[in-house]
Structures are given as C-alpha cells and as structure tokens.
Write a protein that binds this ligand. Structure first.
Ligand SMILES: C[S@@+](CC[C@H](N)C(=O)[O-])C[C@H]1O[C@@H](n2cnc3c(N)ncnc32)[C@H](O)[C@@H]1O
Length: 316
C-alpha cells in the first residue's frame, strides 16, 4: 500500500457494508489511489481443483509472518460454512490478476483496479473526481455483468458475495431503473452490431453514431470506465477503414487518454495505441475504402474549440 504520508484514503466501517475505503483528500480522475502487491497468489493453471487451490493458499500462508497470517484470517468471508474459512476468505476477497475490472461492489464505481505486470502490483485508479469523505468504490462484477440490467447484476452479487446492492445505480426509482436497464440493453445491442464488423464497412456513419451514443449513454449512467477505450478504438477503426486519418488519430488519442486514466501509464496495450496515434495508416484496416479520405494534417487537437462537433461530424 502507498506510504502513510501520501495516502489519500482510510479504511473504516461503513454502516451496512462492513469495512470500506473512504477518501481523505481530493482525488481527481486518473489519480493512482493505491498500489499493493498481493499477500498471496494462486496460479489456477498449476493447481488441481478446489483441493489444489486450498493447499496452495495454506502453503503460501504458512510462509508469511504471523501478522500477515492474522490479517488474512480477519478478512470477510461471505460463504459461511459452505466452504472452509481459508477458501471462503479467498473467494470473497481475491482479485483475478490481469483482469480489468477501494472497496464495495458498486455498479457506478468511482475507481477501478488493474494488474501491473511490470511491478506485480494491483493498482487502483480514480474513474471520477472524488471528494474527501466520499466512499471509494469498485465494481465486483466482470466487464460484461457490470454492464447488464439490474436483475442480472443482483443475481451475480448474491451468488458470489451474498449481498443486495443498493448503490446509486441499483437503488434508483422503478422508473429510473427501467430507463437504466433499457439503456444498458441498447448499449449491448449497439456494441454487438459494431463488433460484428460488417456495419463498420457497409454503414460507417451509423457505426460511428453507435459509438457516440454508447459513450453518451454511459455518461448518463454515471459510468466512465475503461470500456470507453474499446468504444474509442472502434471509432478509430471505422475512420481508419474509410481513410479518415485525421479523426482516426483523434480517436486514438482519446483511447490512449482513457487507458492511461483508468489503468496508468504502464497499462498493457499502450504501446500499440501510441503507435496507431503516430501512424494510423499502419493499422491493417487502413484505407479499405477511400470514402472519407483526409490528410492527417487536418487533425484537430482534443482541447480545441469545436473539437466534439468535428469529431462526430461523420456520424449519421
Ligand atoms: C471483498 S469484501 C469487502 C470488504 C468487506 N466490506 C469487509 O468488511 O471485510 C466483500 C463484502 O463486502 C460487502 N459489500 C461490498 N459491497 C457492498 C454493497 N454495495 N452493499 C452491501 N455490502 C457490500 C459484502 O458483505 C461483500 O460480501
């Protein structure tokens, strides 16, 4: 965990949630909140079944100082007697390394964690600006389930963590919940239409409009996480495919910014997007058609006036 003096959070009981993490200073989107090496890790590919996982945890625990062993055993176990305490604690608190996904399972989290392969640490970055006293929250769900309608999210949280979530996304009025669920279904449909690939080629204006609407809808949902990276990258591909190198470059710049904000400057995949930002025409889809051909010189800078209108100008 970061040095006590520079810590911007504290761990304390939150009524109804057990222990939680609260900001002690102003935190801006893109700030690193904490970085921590795991107490123990289990390599799922080299252990056999549940028994193998348990033996691996026990072995790792025995090699730790007594204080760390006690710290492990004091963690929350939401699985009661269904699993041994060692396994129950592991399943309640472990994070899959390398998976993109602070504390409290939130559907509009203000922070997200990511694995840093270079330092072998889990990092938590702020997704929004966070005020002192505000709870720091991350999603407990994988990228697909966290984007699903409320009933699916609740079911998964009940099964995996045994609680009912009343975060601001889940505790909306029935009318607002209905609108939120519809938005999420709509996003999923547009996402798969773009993912299918043929839309990008046959109707790039519509594909770009879908990207724009997905971003707008997530903003309405109050969620600005690393999934924005994929949407900007899709928009990049639409533009590069049809020869608009200027907008492709701008979308690459936005994709890069999202990834750096949510996962830091060491994030996996940054080199690739930096390369595409420098040279969009190096992408394999570049110039599939010349429908939108532009010269890269005409790129607008992200901060310039009128940038948003220019950026989405080709959306239909
Ligand atoms: C990884 S632990 C988090 C630390 C836990 N709060 C503690 O006191 O040890 C997961 C557990 O925290 C609680 N929790 C997390 N987010 C919650 C939420 N939004 N609403 C209610 N309980 C929550 C649930 O009991 C869940 O099983």
């Amino acid at each position: 965990m970061s040095d006590q003096e520079t810590r911007v959070f504290e761990i304390r009981p939150i009524p109804g949630y057990g222990l939680g993490v609260t900001a002690t200073a102003h935190i801006s989107r893109g700030d690193l909140i904490m970085s921590e090496a795991p107490l123990i890790t289990v390599d799922g590919s080299s252990v056999d079944g549940v028994g193998g996982i348990e033996s691996s945890i026990v072995k790792s625990l025995k090699s730790l100082p007594k204080d760390d062993q006690r710290a492990y055993l004091s963690l929350h176990n939401c699985h009661g007697t269904k699993l041994s305490p060692i396994l129950g604690i592991f399943k309640t608190n472990s994070i899959q390394l390398g998976v993109h996904e602070a504390d409290a399972g939130w559907q509009v989290p203000n922070a997200a964690y990511s694995w840093n392969r270079k330092t072998s640490e889990e990092l938590v970055y702020a997704l929004n600006d966070i005020s002192p006293g505000e709870q720091i929250t991350v999603s407990y769900l994988d990228n697909t389930t966290s984007k699903a309608p409320r009933s699916e999210r609740q079911l998964k949280l009940r099964i995996s963590f045994d609680f009912e979530c009343f975060c601001e996304a889940c505790a909306r009025s029935p009318k607002e919940l209905d609108a939120s669920d519809r938005r999420r279904r709509n996003i999923a449909q547009m996402d798969s239409a773009i993912g299918a690939g043929s839309l990008m080629k046959s109707n790039p204006g519509k594909a770009l409009r879908f990207c724009q609407r997905i971003l707008e809808m997530w903003e309405k949902e109050g969620l600005r996480d690393v999934s924005e990276y994929r949407t900007y990258y899709d928009a990049f591909q639409v533009c590069v495919m049809h020869g608009d190198l200027a907008r492709a470059g701008a979308f690459a710049a936005l994709a890069l910014k999202v990834k750096e904000d949510c996962e830091g400057k060491d994030a996996a995949g940054l080199e690739k997007i930096k390369g595409l930002l420098e040279c969009p025409e190096s992408h394999p889809l570049a110039g599939t058609t010349s429908k939108w051909k532009t010269r890269i010189k005409s790129r607008h800078s992200i901060d310039s006036e009128g940038f948003e209108e220019w950026l989405w100008d080709r959306a239909e």
